[in-house]
Write a protein that binds this ligand. Sequence first.
Ligand code: ADP
Ligand code: MG
Length: 316
Amino acid sequence: MIEIRNLVKTYGKVTALDDVSFDVGKGEILGFLGPNGAGKSTAMNIITGYLAPTSGSVIVDGIDVADKPLEVRKMIGYLPEQPPLYGDMTVNEYLNFICDLKSVSQKKRKNMLDDITYIVKIGDVRKRLVRNLSKGYRQRVGFAQALVGDPPILILDEPTVGLDPKQVIEFRRIINGLGRNHTIILSTHILQEVSAVCSDVVIINNGKVAGAGSISDFTSSQNGEKRFVVTFDAKREEAEALLKAVPQVKSFSFSRIEHNAVVFRVIADSKAEANKAVFFAAAEKKIPILEMKAIEKSLEEEFVSIISKDATGGEV
Ligand code: ADP
Ligand code: MG
């Protein structure tokens, strides 16, 4: 659904994104996890067409954002880090204003706004001025604004920052509900958020992808399992077909594309010697393996080590 390829963004001497590539499949709830300053907001502004990358591309449902930013924006509901709310409008006025911007017809409007205000539970504040709302309610109005027009894709930049624990739980409930028929990217610097709501995760640090996988990869490895990362000089589909055909491979997930090579994370029983089996299967198919290495850390441990390096202000 969303293909992010080799994104680079520099601000003067600061490199905010440094060759970032990942995919978001239809119906995924992708957690975009990274410490403050990692490059999350920059990436989300580029994906939604509000910021041009220095180089690289974003393809949304087959359309290049750089070619047709307006068309892509129609498919995306975006909740930026600071939602553009107008304090002097009531919630009703504000949401009608967003309907105007997104060209929602007068006919559809009433039902749509009734549905949205029900989903995000702001029915009781529709006549209040936005300015007088609490942070939690303002965040919900921001969320409501993203839902106007019923876009199939939602991009939410740190949607739970500043909410109290009860509001966070409520927010997660809403996201889980929407996840059934939306593709969602949700950025966060909180590890638990990812395990609570996401199906997949991409970890970003210093503008680079530091890890990616499904949530089942994310939680620490089970006893008796071995994990490794393997890089093939092949098309993604070829590599997937190969891994599927190796019986010793218990499960695998696509991680990323790196210089036109594809990287996969593989899980196998510790005694299965799946690494050797993958090696021979690839050789038989004449698919070069560029790298194969055991994963000592789960994605979760990876993230914790990034955060702790961050806290001490550099490499240990
Ligand atoms: P995150 O959302 O993960 O906290 P950002 O994408 O906001 O990270 O920022 C990534 C890096 O880019 C940071 O080092 C930040 O200081 C820098 N940056 C972001 N926006 C700008 C800008 N408009 N001008 C200069 N530097 C910026
Ligand atoms: Mg940010």
